[in-house]
Design a protein around this ligand. Structure first.
Ligand SMILES: [Zn+2]
Ligand SMILES: [Zn+2]
Length: 283
């Protein structure tokens, strides 16, 4: 039984309240503008507001999604340097705000090879983690749909990346259902879900699965296209979401929606997830 919620936009100041208004137990936030390299430092006031909001509105789990520009696997040294600076900023902001999880995309190795991209990514993360030896924030690699030169489309590769980084208590995984489906992991029936989790366990280890993005997929299995859809309106079976929200292995795990259509759709999708959770507990 995971903690249900959605990605709340509109700035961190109002995120706990907005999440609460939508019915969230868990939220995901950007702590900064997601498509800009630059950001203003957090003020003490904003930090206090966020922390007290989380308590006051009874938000039980929080994740940050890093800005989209970050590419630690890039063959371009300038991009990599900017990415490292931005990533460190993300880590520090999570630490200041008391956010335990920082989700990010492992990046693209365009103009280079997969092996070199993985090396650049893992070297970067090692360096960043070593720079902040005492931070509590855990870094979550998000699995991707794998278009073009994107890393993170297979469990084997993510498992290898975790091994190469070598910080088993600080680096884990966020599982996005629509990305997995687009990357070729079938998620239509209850049985499919359990097969995919078994494969996750044997390649990465379920102990590394710390959070979920619950999205349906607008595109077919193995399409390698990243197109989120509202639950029940895409190719992923409702049965799969029912299994996830009721999976007793994931009791304290944030499970957030990143579905299209704004707040009304977040509400509808959340209602569906809560219904699936209750239904199952009364069976
Ligand atoms: Zn993402
Ligand atoms: Zn996602």
């Amino acid at each position: 039984m995971g903690l249900l919620g959605c990605h709340v936009t509109g700035g961190i100041d109002n995120a706990p309240q907005n999440g609460h208004a939508l019915g969230c137990e868990a939220i995901q936030v950007f702590t900064r503008g997601p498509s800009q390299w630059k950001c203003k430092p957090l003020t003490e006031e904003r930090i206090t507001n966020f922390r007290s909001g989380i308590k006051a509105f009874n938000i039980q789990a929080v994740m940050t999604h890093s800005i989209y520009l970050i590419n630690l696997a890039s063959a371009d040294r300038t991009i990599r340097r900017k990415s490292e600076a931005a990533f460190l900023e993300e880590m520090d902001r999570c630490e200041a705000l008391g956010i335990p999880y920082l989700v990010f995309h492992p990046g693209s190795y365009r103009n280079s090879t997969e092996r070199r991209g993985i090396r650049r990514l893992t070297n970067s993360l090692q360096r960043l983690l070593n720079t902040r030896p005492n931070q509590r924030v855990q870094i979550l690699i998000e699995n991707t749909a794998g278009a073009g030169f994107l890393l993170g489309d297979s469990f084997e590769q993510i498992g290898m990346i975790l091994d190469l980084i070598g910080f088993p208590k600080r680096v884990h995984v966020c599982f996005d259902t629509s990305h997995a489906y687009a990357a070729g992991y079938n998620l239509q029936t209850k049985e499919d879900y359990h097969e995919v989790m078994t494969e996750f366990d044997s390649t990465i280890g379920l102990k590394h699965l710390k959070g979920f993005h619950l999205n349906d997929s607008k595109t077919e299995l193995a399409s390698r296209k990243d197109r989120h859809e509202n639950l029940g309106h895409g190719f992923i079976g409702e049965a799969v979401f029912e299994e996830i929200v009721n999976d007793s292995r994931f009791k304290i795990h944030p499970m957030v929606l990143e579905t299209p259509g704004g707040e009304d759709w977040f509400r509808k999708n959340l209602q569906l997830l809560f219904r699936l959770r209750t239904q199952s507990s009364t069976k």
